[in-house]
Design a protein around this ligand. Structure first.
Ligand code: FPP
Length: 250
């Protein structure tokens, strides 16, 4: 079924912000007798396909957890391979992003990244900044607790007092400032946890876990997750009757 014929994939039923924890590259590769780096390469191809599908469906904000602040603990060779793939991705994909109105953003401490990656990212962010159709947020050198600490420090540095602090104000100091909170978080490869990803922003997000490893997460898998989301009842602390009333259903 296409997005035209499947009502679950029509714009009003889709998340405005989809966030994905891309897990399982290593296990996917090992199960095939391949190196972890080959798993990450296959994972980078999935990134391209998922961005394509989200753009096609008109999902306006997509956040991908590509490198956590804890991932520095991985073997140096794996970290280097991940950054090479990222560089390759930026070089290949920026022209497409420009054509398709995609604006690249980074959630995380960009200045802590290797200089070549940092330089390429900053240029790509600037070049694509006018893209109005989709925000592609790469969480890189990112950890949610660190993001909150940074927000508090910046609020204090800006001279805000206790009376200035509100939920909205805190949101405005996070990397995701100006973007809606994720409606749906997908995690691949069987683990069921958030791993320090968008903890403040995900207060009301729907969670979807699949055992598929990230390299095997294809367009059909994404559509399936989106259809599952379309059938969720989101109540935000209200009763179902209140939700129906607000939607004008009763
Ligand atoms: C988790 O798999 C994945 C990562 C730590 C990195 C995600 C990176 C990519 C998908 C490729 C490059 C990214 C871009 C944006 C081009 P894992 O290695 O933890 O898998 P495992 O749990 O099976 O070992």
């Amino acid at each position: 079924m296409t997005s035209q014929t499947n009502p679950s994939l029509s714009p009003e039923n889709l998340p405005r912000h989809l966030a994905i924890i891309m897990d399982g590259n290593g296990r996917w590769a090992q199960a095939r007798g391949m190196s972890r780096t080959e798993g990450h390469r296959a994972g980078a191809n999935t990134v391209r396909d998922v961005v394509t599908r989200c753009r096609e469906l008109g999902i306006p904000h997509l956040t991908l957890y590509a490198f956590s602040s804890e991932n520095w603990n991985r073997p140096q060779s794996e970290v280097s391979a991940l950054f090479s793939l990222l560089l390759e991705f930026i070089q290949k994909e920026v022209p497409r992003m420009l054509r398709e109105g995609i604006s690249l953003k980074v959630f995380g401490d960009i200045d802590g990244l290797p200089v070549a990656v940092r330089t390429a990212l900053k240029l790509a962010i600037k070049t694509t900044a006018r893209g109005r159709d989709m925000d592609l947020n790469l969480a890189l050198n990112y950890g949610s607790r660190g993001e909150i600490v940074r927000a508090v420090r910046n609020m204090m540095a800006d001279g805000l007092g206790p009376e200035d602090i509100s939920e909205e104000r805190i949101s405005a100091y996070l990397y995701s400032s100006g973007q809606p909170d994720p409606d749906l978080v997908i995690r691949t490869s069987g683990e069921q946890r958030l791993s320090n990803f968008l903890l403040y922003q995900c207060a009301y997000s729907e969670l979807y876990f699949t055992t598929k490893p990230w390299p095997a997460f294809d367009k059909e898998s994404l559509d399936q997750a989106l259809c599952d989301y379309a059938h969720r009842q989101r109540r935000f602390g209200r009763t179902q009757e209140q939700v129906d009333e607000q939607k004008g259903r009763v």
